[in-house]
Design a protein around this ligand. Structure first.
Ligand code: MRU
Length: 349
C-alpha cells in the first residue's frame, strides 16, 4: 500500500499543507486559518500542481467563510465572491483552480443562513479533496493497463501525489502497477527552472519504492533513443475541447520527441482539467513567471548582469502528438473533439 504524506488537509478549521519549496531537503508544513496565506502559498508555489491548487483554493474559501461576521446573506456571499476572484487570479493556466472555486460558490448560493453557508462551503471543499484522491485511484486502475512488467516510463514536472490531494495523476498508473507487482522504472525530467521533477517527483517516487532516475530536460532526445522508453505519462493543467494539452514547460518538445521515436504519449488527468470553454492553445493563458526564477539558482546568478531571460511556465501540446488521454471516464482517443465531448456527456468511450 502506498504511504506518502498528505499534500493538504483541513483539520479543525485550519489548512495544513506541505511546503513544497522546502522539498526534498525538509518535509515542512504550513498551517494556517487565514485564506490569504493559502492564496500566497499558491502564488509562491509552496503548493502547486493543478488539482492540488484547486483543492487548496476550495479550502481557502472554507477558511474565508468562517471569518464572516455579518448576518446579511447577500453581503456574505459578495465577500465570498471577492475571495473567490482573488484565489482564481493567483495562477492563470490550471483550469482546476477556477473549477474548484466555482463548484464551491455554486453550493454556497443555495445557503439559507450564515450557519448553512459555513457548513456547505466546508463540506464542498472536503468533498473536492476526497473526490480528487478517488479520481486519481481510478486513473491508476485505467492507466496501469498500459504498463507491462519491466516498462520504462518517462515523465516531466510533478504530476504526482504532491500535485494532488493524494496518489497523483501521471504517477497513478505507476503506483497502481507497483501495487500489482509490476516492476516499472521511471525517468523523471528535472524540469527547469523550478525542478519539480528532480525535487518532487524523484522524492515521492523513491519514497514509494519506485525505481526512479533523474535526467536533465535537454537529454530527452538521446534518452528516447537509448533508454528503451516504453511510454510517456504527463499531467495536464488545461485540456481544450479539441484535445490541446497545456502542461509544464517542456511537455510539448517531449511529445515531439516521443512521436518521432514511436513512443506512446499520454496525458493523465481528471475530467475537471478539461475546459469546455477553450478550443485550441490560443484560448489558454500561459503563465509567465519572473525571469529571476531562471536567472538565479539557489540565490546565485547564473547569467551575466544586464541580460534578461524568457520564462513561459507552460506550453501546449497539439492533439496530433497525443496517443490518448487517460481520464477517470476511460482513455480518450483521437478524434479528441468527439471523444472529449462524449466523455463530458458521461458516455462510455
Ligand atoms: O507549475 P506547476 O508545478 O504547478 O506545474 C504543474 C504541472 O504542470 C503538472 O503537470 C500539472 O499541474 C498536472 S498535476 C497533476
Amino acid at each position: 500500500m502506498l504511504s506518502l504524506p498528505r499534500t493538504i488537509e483541513y483539520v479543525d478549521g485550519k489548512v495544513r499543507l506541505i511546503n513544497q519549496l522546502k522539498l526534498p531537503s525538509k518535509l515542512e508544513y504550513i498551517e494556517t486559518s487565514d485564506w490569504k496565506r493559502v492564496a500566497e502559498a499558491i502564488k509562491k508555489m509552496e503548493i502547486r500542481g493543478a488539482p492540488a491548487i484547486g483543492v487548496a483554493a476550495a479550502m481557502a474559501l472554507a477558511l474565508a467563510v468562517r471569518e464572516i461576521r455579518t448576518e446579511n446573506l447577500s453581503e456574505a456571499f459578495s465577500y465570498l465572491k471577492s475571495v473567490a476572484d482573488a484565489l482564481i487570479s493567483t495562477r492563470p493556466t490550471a483550469v482546476n483552480l477556477s473549477w474548484a472555486v466555482k463548484r464551491v460558490l455554486k453550493v454556497a448560493e443555495n445557503a439559507k443562513s450564515i450557519d448553512e453557508l459555513v457548513k456547505k462551503v466546508e463540506e464542498e471543499a472536503l468533498k473536492i479533496w476526497r473526490e480528487d484522491e478517488e479520481t486519481n485511484r481510478k486513473l491508476g486502475e485505467i492507466g496501469a493497463k498500459l504498463l507491462d512488467d519491466g516498462d520504462t516510463v518517462m515523465t516531466i514536472c510533478n504530476a504526482g501525489s504532491l500535485a494532488t490531494s493524494y496518489y497523483g495523476t501521471a504517477t497513478a498508473p505507476i503506483y497502481k502497477a507497483l501495487e500489482e507487482g509490476k516492476r516499472v522504472r521511471v525517468i523523471a525530467l528535472e524540469t527547469r527552472p523550478y525542478l519539480q521533477g528532480a525535487r518532487l517527483t524523484a522524492w515521492e517516487l523513491s519514497k514509494a519504492g519506485v525505481d526512479v532516475v533523474i535526467a536533465t530536460d535537454n537529454q530527452m532526445g538521446i534518452i528516447m533513443e537509448k533508454e528503451n522508453v516504453s511510454i510517456v505519462f504527463v499531467g495536464a493543467d488545461r485540456i481544450t475541447i479539441k484535445g490541446y494539452v497545456a502542461n509544464k514547460i517542456g511537455t510539448y518538445p517531449l511529445a515531439l520527441v516521443a512521436k518521432e521515436h514511436g513512443v506512446p504519449f499520454y496525458p493523465v488527468a481528471p475530467m475537471s482539467t478539461i475546459d469546455p470553454g477553450s478550443k485550441t492553445g490560443e484560448d489558454i493563458e500561459i503563465e509567465r513567471r519572473p525571469s529571476s526564477e531562471v536567472l538565479y539558482i539557489s540565490g546565485a546568478r547564473i547569467a551575466p548582469e544586464g541580460v534578461d531571460a524568457i520564462y513561459y511556465a507552460f506550453d501546449v501540446t497539439p492533439p496530433k502528438f497525443i496517443t490518448g488521454i487517460v481520464t477517470e471516464r476511460g482513455i480518450l482517443y483521437p478524434p479528441f473533439e468527439k471523444s472529449i465531448r462524449n466523455a463530458l456527456r458521461g458516455l462510455d468511450e
